[in-house]
Design a protein around this ligand. Structure first.
Ligand code: NAD
Ligand code: TYD
Length: 364
């Protein structure tokens, strides 16, 4: 039986991680502790969890400010909280940034993942050098490791890896290390590779929140290339329910693909989003459509991602619950209702706020 009691969530101040922590605390049958370990990079935001800090802080919720590449820090966290489970979200996550500067991706996604894996292996050793059996390291990855599809076909768990951006190459490398630790040392590892998430708290550099905020501000909507690249979209809550199911019941050494079975051409997604935002802010949809601007394509832009998620559906009984229109409406609603969050990110006030509030705590 897995303990799932003292759970280290890396990257818990980011988009998916903060939604995961909120999801776990909303579960009636979860009574464990969550230790959120996050470096608070540009994408990490303490305000994402201020309500959780107020409700559970110091009792079932703990924040540890630091870098997953910092071995002594990571080891101290494992020891201090008697960590029995890791769910590893922390990453550099944006493809465009990886094209401009791959180094941070190699540091965090490759070296950082290895540091966490190796710290777990050392922390979870029994006195006879065997490994504890009630522990789990769940590694979060992306469908982008499988490369790019043409018009047909789907990524399955058996699709050979073919990463094509510095981001996906770094995630592929981290996946290989995670599985290598399972095969070599017997570390209980599970993996999930998911499609494009959307929902509240996503940093507005990614397609959906960037477009929503640009629409609200009357700014142009930059579409890369011909706008016909295809992504599969998954509401973040559905993703997190799948992650938890894998943590509870997934087989060690196994990979699970998670997808929304919801493929959209970027331009068609944009038209749908325009209608939702126009309706919400009482604007003329045609006027917003006129701001669509096709811009220079992303280098090496993957054409299509699509996921076959029958394994997690059949083996673990997961299914998507939020349809795309409903998920987009909820997301638009959230961005319209959270101006202070957005302003903090935009003005740099947020960065100063971190320095003021957390520099003391990081020197523990
Ligand atoms: P995000 O960029 O919103 O958040 C990443 C978090 O990791 C931030 O809080 C950041 O401060 C933290 N972090 C970064 N470097 C760190 C370091 N060296 N040490 C400690 N913390 C660090 O990312 P996200 O969208 O929430 O993605 C989470 C995970 O899911 C990533 O592993 C990503 O590759 C994967 N994923 C995301 C998507 C998606 O659509 N967003 C899709 C597939 C897979
Ligand atoms: P993104 O949200 O960056 O996710 P990923 O690259 O990991 O799939 O981009 C989603 C799609 O939207 C991708 O095909 C690139 C495209 N895109 C634009 O057309 N314009 C933009 O401003 C952004 C950020 C993305």
């Amino acid at each position: 039986m897995r303990a799932l009691k003292n759970i280290l969530v890396s990257g818990g101040a980011g988009f998916i991680g903060c939604n995961f922590i909120r999801f776990l605390f909303s579960k009636k049958d979860f009574s464990g502790r969550i230790i959120n370990l996050d470096a608070l990079s540009y994408a990490g935001n303490m305000a994402n969890l201020s309500d959780i800090e107020t409700q559970f802080g110091g009792d079932r919720y703990f924040f540890e400010h630091g870098n997953i590449c910092d071995r002594p820090f990571v080891e101290r966290v494992f020891k201090e909280y008697d960590i029995d489970t890791v769910v590893h979200f922390a990453a550099e996550s944006h493809v465009d940034r990886s094209i401009l500067g791959p180094q941070a991706f190699i540091e965090t996604n490759v070296v950082g993942t290895w540091t966490l894996l190796d710290s777990a292996r050392c922390a979870w050793k029994n006195t006879d050098n065997s490994l504890r059996e009630d522990v789990l390291f769940h590694h979060i990855s992306t469908d982008e490791v499988y490369g790019s599809l043409t018009e047909t076909g789907y990524f399955t768990e058996k699709t050979p890896y073919d990463p094509r951006s510095p981001y996906s190459a770094s995630k592929a490398s981290s996946d290989h290390f995670a599985l290598a630790y399972y095969h070599t040392y017997g570390l209980p590892v599970t993996l999930s590779n998911c499609s494009n998430n959307y929902g509240p708290y996503q940093f507005p550099e990614k397609l959906v929140p960037l477009m929503i905020l640009n629409m609200i501000d009357g700014k142009r909507l930059p579409v890369y290339g011909d706008g016909k690249n295809i992504r599969d979209w998954l509401y973040v809550e559905d993703h997190n329910a799948a992650v938890w199911l894998i943590m509870e019941k997934g087989k060690a050494g196994d990979t699970y693909n998670i997808g929304g079975e919801n493929e959209w051409e970027n331009i068609k997604l944009l038209y749908t989003l325009i209608d939702i935002v126009a309706d919400k802010i009482k604007a003329d949809p045609q006027k917003i459509k006129n701001t669509i601007t096709f811009v220079q394509d992303r280098l090496g832009h993957d054409r299509r991602y699509a996921i076959d998620c029958s394994k997690i559906k059949n083996n673990l009984g997961w299914k998507r619950t939020v349809n795309f229109k409903e998920g987009l409406e909820r997301t638009v609603e959230w961005y319209c209702a959270n101006h202070p969050w957005i302003e903090n990110i935009r003005t740099g006030e947020y960065q100063r706020w971190i320095e003021k509030n957390y520099s003391q705590r990081s020197k523990k």
